[in-house]
Ligand binder design. Structure first.
Ligand code: SF4
Length: 405
């Protein structure tokens, strides 16, 4: 059966893809293993053929074990273009493989390769700004079991990223790759996460002018969020990961011991009240805990006025969970349809920000392609269109460099 672009995106996350040796990847974005390791796949752009959105970006697993048995195979090449073949049904999907940007091969003025400072993950720039997440320093380690940050920071990417290097990389990504959004994350840094990240936010806002998103472990002193908001952040996300307390404790022992689920939700609620609608997100992983619990988590996040970012579990190479199975397509399709529906029920203006396509997750607005075409769908799509138009001048203003408060 032929899948639409969002369905194909979901199945590629679940099944991965084989890339035969004879298929040339010359000039395309290389597999980049940085941050939590989820970017360990091949960046692929799927045309949708739909008026809802033109294309969907997906970071397709290619190195993990499950990808070796995938029914999907990449064919073609740089000259004739690429296709993904579904060998079960002999279906061919034309796709685009984005080019590696020239700045990946350049160094900052301090001699640091820019690709070791930040990487493109879809159309945005991702930078892990902090020292390695402190959960990796406990003995025994308290890292989240799906994560590989502790192996990547200092290896695949710089351990210590200076503000000047980050600013230069942001500028190159903006000028040469058309990036509008940079996402700064840093894992758990005790009570110093926000304090450490603030100077980066201020420098990017003042010197480059990108939209800035921040993702850190929650802190108990919520006034620190005021400082981040005053510095001009455009987005903040909280990685709750699992809604089921038992699964949360089992897979995220550090978060369970140090923070507890409620702190994630309280911090999310605090920021959602203080920031414009659609600026706060709650991240969860689908495909490990029972699906009903994931759906409950989506409801709780949207009830708080945040939007859900749902990552399909990837048993990343080197992670404690690398031998776990990847989730089933049917279950993940159901989850993503639910994400869109929850956003619709809460009138969240998903997809309003300019040029932010995240390749590591199914974006909530990708999931519009899954929705039933009824009156509620068309009414919400009309709302999203208006929200996007209204937001355009606001984002244009926020994209200008300006002194941070
Ligand atoms: S908090 Fe968990 S997922 Fe985030 S960097 Fe630390 S170990 Fe990885």
């Amino acid at each position: 059966m032929r899948l639409n672009a969002c369905e194909l995106e979901i199945d590629l996350f679940c099944s991965g893809m084989r890339v035969p040796d004879e298929v040339s990847l010359a000039g395309v974005r290389g597999v980049s293993r940085t941050r939590a390791g989820l970017g360990s796949g091949l960046e692929v752009v799927l045309p949708t053929g739909s008026r809802i959105k033109d294309e969907i970006w997906v970071n397709v697993p290619v190195v993990e074990n499950f990808a070796h048995d995938s029914p999907y195979r990449l064919t073609g090449g740089p000259a004739q273009g690429y296709e993904i073949v579904d060998e079960r049904f002999d279906l061919h999907y034309p796709v685009r493989l984005p080019q590696e940007p020239g700045w990946y091969a350049r160094q900052t003025s301090q001699g640091v390769p820019m690709s070791r400072v930040g990487v493109l993950q879809g159309t945005y720039l991702g930078i892990y700004v902090s020292m390695v997440c402190a959960f990796w320093n406990y003995r025994p380690a308290l890292n989240c079991r799906f994560c590989t940050t502790g192996q990547n920071v200092g290896d695949a990417e710089e351990a210590d990223k200076s503000i000047a290097d980050v600013v230069e990389t942001c500028r190159a990504a903006r000028d040469e790759s058309g990036v509008t959004f940079v996402h700064l994350n840093g894992g758990f840094q005790g009570t110093k996460g926000i304090e450490f990240t603030l100077p980066y936010v201020r420098a990017i806002k003042e010197e480059v002018g990108l939209l800035v998103g921040v993702q850190l472990a929650p802190e108990r002193d919520f006034s620190r969020y005021d400082a981040l908001i005053d510095a001009g952040i455009d987005h903040i996300s909280f990685c709750l990961e699992f809604f089921d307390p038992a699964w949360f404790g089992r897979i995220c022992p550090g978060k369970a011991r140090v923070h507890g689920q409620q702190l994630f939700l309280d911090a999310m609620a605090y920021c959602a009240k203080r920031m414009p609608r659609g600026s706060v997100s709650g991240e969860i992983i689908a495909g490990i805990e029972p699906i009903e619990r994931t759906l409950q988590g989506i409801d709780v996040i949207t009830d708080l006025g945040a939007f859900p970012t749902v990552c399909i579990f990837r048993p990343t190479q080197g992670a404690d969970m690398e031998a776990w199975p990847s989730p089933s397509y049917e279950g993940m399709r159901h989850v993503m349809e639910y994400v869109y529906d929850a956003c619709r029920r809460h009138w969240l203006p998903i997809g309003a920000a300019p040029n932010i396509e995240v390749s590591l997750v199914v974006n909530p607005d990708d999931a519009a392609l899954l929705a039933r075409r009824d009156f509620g769908f068309y009414r919400y799509e009309a709302f999203r269109k208006v929200a996007k138009t209204v937001a355009r001048p606001i984002f244009a203003r926020r994209l200008r460099p300006r002194p941070a408060a």
